[in-house]
Design a protein. Structure first.
Length: 322
């Protein structure tokens, strides 16, 4: 027996208490020292966040103030003479005497009528775009026909055309169709399809596995069945994202509804807020009431984005990498 073998046999093993546990070693992560650049980036993000949220806070602060007291305390960061009177005026819950006592301008706003009109118009545009744009996007992505890529390229060029250039032709068309001051007239120009929506959905339809579609063809499925049974179920998330984005954009639209929807019975919230601002039968504008109405009008889209914002961002990012 060699000397080395004797030494190895006589060597006593290291006590378990002195051996470091593997879980402890694996669980330890090296601490990253915060660099100056990282700290500066976080500070910049917080500053941008505060700048973004400040208008919403100021709307809330103004809406909770007494309109008579606002002029004397323009720089006060907190509600001036706290009251819910502005919300009562906007929702039609305050009498004329109560409204005038808190500095209301005497202007009236039929909030529920305008809210209904906004919901109708936004729903028409959203449903129309989802239906027609999904069919067009499927045709560009999965069907083979002469000139497909050329037509798609021309369609994408429409993204570079300013909306103002198409306003007059669209207005003349809506007027000739007799659709002025109607919900359909407000929704029609963007109800059928838009280049962005087609491009957005096409990127997801391109990602569908060809083998799945070929198996459906062997089973005798036509274009319509493949579209409804395969393409739509596999792209449910991006279609929902498109619907949310379209609804938000339609809800916030101002210029086109102002041009073709001047009648009060079809007036949407964005236009109604502008009219409410300009009505001052008893003096100055009712800034508290205007901010209360604006905040209530913005709540639906704010809630939508807070609940589904991550899905929207992920879907847009995925479409850009295809």
């Amino acid at each position: 027996m060699t000397k080395s073998s004797r030494t190895s046999k006589n060597a006593s093993p290291t006590p378990p208490s002195e051996q470091p546990a593997e879980s402890e070693v694996a669980g330890k992560k090296p601490r990253q020292k915060a660099s100056i650049g990282r700290i500066a980036a976080w500070v910049l993000l917080w500053v941008l966040l505060l700048i973004t949220l400040f208008p919403f806070y100021w709307m809330l602060r103004t809406s909770l103030s007494n309109n008579l007291s606002l002029a004397g305390n323009p720089g006060n960061p907190f509600p001036v003479d706290f009251t819910l009177g502005a919300y009562k005026r906007v929702l039609g819950l305050a009498t004329t005497e109560e409204s005038m006592a808190e500095g209301g301008s005497g202007a009236s706003i039929d909030f529920w009528l305008y809210l209904r009109n906004s919901v109708i118009v936004a729903t028409l545009i959203t449903v129309g775009q989802v239906v027609f744009c999904s069919m067009a996007a499927y045709a560009f992505a999965r069907l083979k026909w002469t000139g497909r890529d050329l037509v798609f390229g021309i369609l994408l060029c429409a993204l570079m055309v300013p909306v103002i250039f198409t306003t007059i032709p669209n207005f003349i068309t809506i007027r000739d169709l007799g659709l002025l001051n109607t919900h359909l007239g407000i929704a029609l120009p963007t109800m059928l399809m838009t280049p962005f929506a087609i491009f957005f959905l096409r990127q997801f339809f391109l990602g569908i596995n060809r083998e799945v579609e070929e198996a459906a063809i062997l089973d005798g499925a036509g274009h319509i069945r493949r579209f409804t049974s395969i393409a739509l179920p596999l792209t449910g998330s991006p279609i929902a994202t498109l619907a949310i984005l379209t609804y938000i954009n339609s809800w916030n639209e101002y210029f086109w509804p102002l041009v073709v929807g001047r009648a009060e019975d079809v007036r949407v919230l964005t236009v109604a807020l502008g009219v409410f601002r300009s009505q001052t039968p008893q003096g100055g504008p009712d800034w508290a009431g205007l901010m209360a109405a604006t905040l209530i009008a913005a709540l639906p889209v704010i809630i939508l984005f807070l609940l589904l914002g991550k899905r929207i961002i992920n879907s847009i990012g995925y479409s850009g990498t295809k």
